[in-house]
Ligand binder design. Structure first.
Ligand SMILES: Cc1cc2nc3c(=O)[nH]c(=O)nc-3n(C[C@H](O)[C@H](O)[C@H](O)COP(=O)(O)O)c2cc1C
Length: 164
């Protein structure tokens, strides 16, 4: 045991990564309020948690700029990308400097003081209810206060290191 986690065989990390490359997931942009404006990252780790109350979880790496802003009661804007929004995923996934990311795509006032992405598959205004640290990440439980959806269903899917 190191730091409370069991020792793992040498080959397991690579095998785990190979397995996860086969886990297809839709891509979202998660946005929180920073001191100098909004901060956002691309995330595939959004999962529906429960409908009562409407809540989801997102797993955020502690090395990201977003993580320092995540505290209980903080608002979040969660935007599910459409298949035509690969550029936005690439930018918020690290392809663009933090201060330039919101220049890519059309961002409008989401109503909770955070930007909301126009043309997304869905936009959700959330508030953080709880957090759990695990390994390199935190599991963030976000309660959904408002949700809007687009007319057609055509999400952006990420798998095997690329987009469908
Ligand atoms: C498709 C895709 C999915 C990602 N999913 C996650 C995720 O679920 N959680 C996470 O912490 N980082 C995820 N990342 C990585 C972050 O988006 C990336 O590290 C981000 O640019 C960090 O922002 P920063 O430079 O402002 O810290 C993902 C990146 C991509 C391209």
């Amino acid at each position: 045991m190191i730091d409370g986690y069991p020792l793992i065989p040498e080959e397991l990390p690579a095998q785990f990564k190979a397995a996860m490359r086969r886990l297809a997931a839709s891509v979202s942009i998660v946005v929180a309020k920073g001191d100098d404006g909004p901060v956002g990252i691309a995330a595939t780790s959004i999962t529906s948690l429960t409908a009562d109350p409407p809540a989801l979880l997102v797993c955020v790496n502690r090395t990201t700029s977003l993580h320092a802003l995540l505290v209980p009661t903080a608002p979040l804007s969660i935007n599910l990308l459409g298949r035509d929004q690969k550029m936005i995923s690439a930018a918020f996934g690290g392809g663009a400097p933090r201060e330039e990311r919101f220049r890519i795509g059309e961002w409008v006032d989401g109503g909770n003081g955070l930007p909301s992405l126009a043309g997304a598959q869905a936009n959700m205004e959330c508030v953080i209810d709880a957090m759990l640290a695990y390994g390199t990440h935190s599991i963030v439980i976000a309660r959904v206060l408002r949700a809007r959806v687009s007319d057609g269903v055509d999400p952006l899917i990420y798998q095997d290191g690329g987009y469908l």
